[in-house]
Ligand binder design. Sequence first.
Ligand code: AQP
Length: 348
Amino acid sequence: MKFNELVFSGVQPTGNLHLGNYLGAIVKFVALQQRYSCIYCVVDLHALTQPLSVWGGPKQLAHNTREVIAAYLAAGINPKQSILFNQSQVHQHAELAWVFNCVARMGWLGRMTQFKDKAGKDRENASVGLFTYPTLMAADILVYRATHVPVGEDQKQHLELTRDIAQKFNNDFAESIAALGAGDAFFPLPEPLIQGPATRVMSLRDGTKKMSKSDPSDYSRINLTDDADAIAQKIRKAKTDPEPLPSEEKGLETRPEADNLVGIYAALANTPKPAVLAQFGGGQFSTFKSALVDLAVAKLGPIGAEMKRLVADAAYIDSVLAEGAARAALLADQTMKSVKDIVGFIRR
Ligand code: AQP
């Protein structure tokens, strides 16, 4: 079965949108618009899987949802070309997730490292939604029968699970899929797009931990809404080691913090890491950090300012969401009707 090429991805509205989300995901979303039809979602249903103290309650959730859309727009996603919306406005995501909850196996979900990390030691107290997060993510992607999914490295395992769910659905229902005239596979096996620099941006306080919205230390990340002073302070205070920067990439192998900062510079400058080391290798960190501050402020400053302007115009953001949701719902409805026929649900 040949599927039309389509990109889907999403970001959770859990606040503190950071440089990792930007470089690992949003920058790539922008570039992919040149080659593919793209659907970019704010996955507000996913935000609820975490404790209320993390997603912040109803007012904060609405604010954070608008802020993610503002980041998409400020980074250069064109809402007339790509579809931008929030997940809860298209009910087919939740509907397909239920079917996938019944396709996926407990053992598959039990192996997900994100669940283990986020649930921590107190698994009994984690939400059921946190456990089934990956089946909802599979539904987000497959309700559009998307073929390509740009994500950071941390989401690779969930993408593999999405492929397993698609494959099992195709196998379990092979007969009704063929009877529907959909060939030998109803769902594509979506490809992760985890390429280029900064697929895993690390914490500024600990080069072995990923930069994360939920890190209690604000100094661990650069938020997209940070002003120039905050960006400068965070980069100057970023953990480093006493050695000068190496001139070759292999010299970064045992130096996670240095490697991370060089990677951030390379991604922001859109240049390979060896070129950064050719310019700054052998020099002191202070010189390199000053250059990184200038670069980060030049690249992120205008995005943060535009995000703040857009967030202040809630009516405009909500109109983008409504238009995108209507376009997304048309596509999702087609898939869900076929899924119901395939599974044997009687429908109107
Ligand atoms: N540190 C990172 N480096 C590269 N990419 C990253 N992403 C997240 N962190 C990094 C990518 O950003 C997209 C949206 O992520 P999300 O909103 O689904 O949140 P997350 O993956 O759970 O990570 P966060 O933002 O750090 O939140 P918490 O603190 O809750 O874990 C995804 O494509 C992700 O890969």
